[in-house]
Design a protein. Structure first.
Length: 94
């Protein structure tokens, strides 16, 4: 039951991150929406799978995937933001 709820909340965060990427015009705002939604959503889905399937079924590989997502997600977001900055993209004023 708890695993299913975690998976559902994670999928909801992934959906919100995707919608935020489509809605915002500024590349930095898009990165904020997608970074928070994707990293949080993916981690919640993976934790939900560990809880739902059990430790014996996953063999700890999902924990390795969680660590991979937690460490590489912010790095990729930073690399994209730096590339946008170097290209001359500036945050848009209202």
């Amino acid at each position: 039951m708890i695993g299913t709820v975690l998976i559902g909340v994670g999928l909801g965060l992934l959906l919100l991150g995707g919608l935020g990427t489509l809605r915002f015009r500024d590349p930095y705002a898009r990165l904020q929406a997608s970074g928070v939604g994707d990293i949080g959503g993916a981690v919640l889905v993976l934790v939900g799978l560990v809880v739902h399937l059990g430790w014996e079924a996953t063999g700890g590989i999902l924990v390795v995937l969680i660590l991979f997502v937690v460490f590489t997600g912010p790095l990729s977001t930073h690399a994209i933001a730096k590339a946008a900055f170097m290209r001359g993209e500036r945050p848009k004023e209202k």
